[in-house]
Structure formats: C-alpha cells, structure tokens
Design a protein around this ligand. Structure first.
Ligand code: NYM
Length: 220
C-alpha cells in the first residue's frame, strides 16, 4: 500500500506507432516516478493474458481471421475487463502508466479503410472507460519507424498501414476532437534519453497536481 497519502494516483497513457519506443519510454517514466517517491504500476493493451486477450493475440499473429468490427469490439472488451481494476488502483494512490489505450483502438481499426467502420463508429464502444489524465503521443514517421530494425510479422506491421495510423493519430490531436484535450505530442525521432526527459518534465507536473487533488475527476 502507498506510504504517502495522496488524493488519488494518476492515469497516464503512452501511445504511438509500432516501433516509436513506447516500451522504452513506459519503463523510463515508471523508473522516474518510482525514484521520485510515487507508487506506480505499468500495464499494456492489448492484455494478452485474459481469455479475450488470447483471442486478440491469435488474430494479431494471423492464426485466426475475424471481421473488422468483431476484433475491434474484442480490443474494447479487453479494456473494459480491466476498467474496474484501473479505477481501484488509482483510488488507492497508484499511478498507472498504460502502454496503448482506446486511441490505438480507434485509429488502428479506422486505418483499415473499411467503409462500414468509421472513426466515429470505432469511438463508441470505449465511451465511459476511465479517461486518462494525460496521453503521451510519441510521434515518428513511418519511414523512420521502419528504419529502426523493421516491423515484425504481426498484423498491421506494414508501412502503408502505419502511415494511415499516424495520420489518424495526428487527426485526433488537431481537429478539435474530444481526445485532443488529453493528448500531448513528443518527437520520438529524438534520442530515447531526450524524449524521456521531455516526458518527465510534463508528467511530473500532471502527477503532482493529481496527487494534490487539483485535477478533474477520472470519468469527466
Ligand atoms: N491494437 C492495439 C489495435 O489494433 N487496437 C487496440 O485497441 C490496441 C490496444 O495491436 N499493432 C494493435 C496495435 C498493435 C497491436 O500492440 C499490438 P503491441 O503494443 O505491439 O502489443
């Protein structure tokens, strides 16, 4: 249990393209938070350990095929099954650092250019999930992402798809969309050390305000 009494923990999301450095930055952010005396837990979506997560894993590894809407709803359900736990941890004072969330959910599904699956449609099943206090968006062009050792074999790990994903992420930030209020862009083309320093400058302030009780409620 947390030692310092705080109003609540913060909910921080890290988003970006495949290969943008999310895993590294989540780790560095958690280390910084921990060293600064905060109680912190890292999670990721998809959470491939649950039964729903195993279905998602099979799809991503191209072992099973699924309708675009059906897999979208499984990604969303995979977040909903963790929602109560997230709220509980935060209320106990833990700051949660989350690798991907519904922003990935919306843009990866919408990037498929299925005429029956709009960004608007993709947003709907996630409405009501705990809202992050800040979303760190690691911005990287698809070409640079590919240079970083190439993509793997999983679904979506193709240049054209990643380019559409990036455009849609940037669209979420620039169009006055609801999501833009929470998102902050970081240049992921910089060194891992510089990116981590920039993220820490912002997130340390956010977490401080949340813990002090001067921040909005999670659900609003
Ligand atoms: N992905 C991830 C989605 O398509 N929808 C979602 O809701 C989420 C959370 O899964 N290419 C995609 C993005 C990734 C893939 O993610 C697996 P990771 O971070 O590589 O495990």
């Amino acid at each position: 249990e947390p030692t310092k009494p705080v109003a609540r923990g913060a909910f921080i999301v890290v988003e970006g393209l495949d290969r943008a450095g999310k895993t590294t930055q989540v780790q560095k952010l958690c280390n910084n938070l921990y060293a600064d005396g905060h109680n912190v837990k890292a999670i990721r979506f998809p959470d491939r350990t649950s039964p729903i997560g195993k279905m998602i894993d099979g799809y991503l590894q191209r072992k099973t095929e699924m309708d675009d809407h059906a897999i979208h709803l499984l990604f969303s359900a995979n977040r909903w099954e963790k929602a109560a736990w997230i709220k509980e941890q935060i209320s106990k004072g833990y700051t949660i650092v989350c690798d991907r969330y519904y922003y990935s959910g919306m843009v990866y599904s919408a990037a498929k250019h299925n005429p029956a699956l709009s960004l608007e449609w993709a947003r709907t099943p996630d409405v009501g999930l705990p809202r992050p206090d800040r979303v760190v968006f690691l911005n990287l062009d698809a070409e640079e992402a590919e240079r970083r050792g190439g993509y793997g074999q999983e679904k979506y790990e193709k240049r054209e798809m990643q380019e559409r994903v990036r455009e849609l992420f940037l669209g979420l930030m620039s169009k006055g969309e609801e999501e833009s209020k929470d998102m902050m862009l970081f240049d992921a083309g910089d060194s891992a050390e510089n990116v981590s320093t920039a993220i820490w400058a912002e997130i340390s302030k956010v977490v401080g305000s949340v813990e002090a009780g001067s921040w909005r409620d999670l659900g609003s």
